[in-house]
Design a protein. Structure first.
Length: 260
């Protein structure tokens, strides 16, 4: 699993070396973008045995897709500290992230005003008994999050999600889905540790650039992002990620799309 790189060659060339680089890497890990797996000693393998080698993706987080180099991009969703994520994008991406989070052993609670959009997922996962449950807006009960049972709450509540009783906490992360930039977006983005932006209008891109301190190149890219591509942002890092669905995800959710 590789750490996620910044988005421009210029920024990559300007990275500090030595202790500064180590501090930067530590900050990236605390923000949950590009988690690194457990460190172990090196092992040698004869070339003749390479064909038999299988490398499973670790349990450090949720694979959101691949970066510009085709390497897995991992989001650290399950965390011992409160963690808020905002996704300005499509339902399809939120549902893929929910499925993949559930696959790590976490439980997913969906707060939504359109439960019918989630029912196919619920039925496919065993009627809410195997990791995913759907609740009406404002009706999410206490989830009892713990290290053994981490929780992801997905808030699919439209353009103006009400302040929820269920908030992030130890081992309970909250992902708020906004279909477009809305009046409540600046507040939610300020509170979030991680923000994902999919294709938006030029006016929305300009507003996000001011709110989030995006570069001119990043602002200009947002109205042209293809379906399935997200610009993930922390305070210091930016990463374009393409979410590539598996055959099972395509069968359940269809192909990537920005519009619902």
């Amino acid at each position: 699993m590789t750490t996620l790189s910044t988005t421009t060659p210029a920024s990559a060339a300007a990275r500090p070396a030595g202790g500064s680089a180590l501090r930067r890497a530590g900050e990236r890990l605390r923000n949950g973008l590009g988690l690194i797996g457990p460190r172990h000693g090196r092992h040698g393998l004869p070339v003749q045995q390479l064909d038999a080698l299988a490398l499973p993706i670790g349990d450090d987080g949720v694979v959101a897709g691949v970066d510009a180099e085709g390497q897995p991009a991992v989001l650290g969703i399950n965390r011992p500290t409160p963690y808020d994520v905002v996704l300005i994008g499509g339902l399809w991406t939120a549902q893929v992230l929910a499925l993949r989070t559930a696959a790590t052993g976490a439980r997913v609670a969906v707060e939504t005003g359109r439960p019918q959009a989630w029912m196919q997922m619920v039925h496919a996962m065993g009627g809410g008994q195997n990791g995913l449950a759907v609740y009406d807006v404002g009706r999410v009960p206490p989830q009892g999050a713990s290290a053994g049972t981490p929780i992801l709450v997905v808030r699919d509540c439209g353009m103006r999600p009400p302040r929820g009783r269920t908030v992030s906490g130890p081992w309970q992360s909250v992902l708020t889905l906004l279909p477009y930039l809305s009046p409540v977006a600046p507040r939610l983005l300020r509170q979030a540790r991680l923000a994902g932006i999919q294709r938006v209008s030029p006016d929305e891109a300009a507003e996000l650039g001011r709110t989030m301190g995006l570069s001119r190149a990043e602002v200009e890219s947002l109205p042209t992002l293809p379906d399935g591509v997200t610009l993930w942002c922390t305070d210091r890092d930016r990463q374009y990620v393409m979410t590539q669905p598996t055959d099972a995800e395509i069968g359940l959710l269809g192909t990537p799309r920005r519009m619902d």
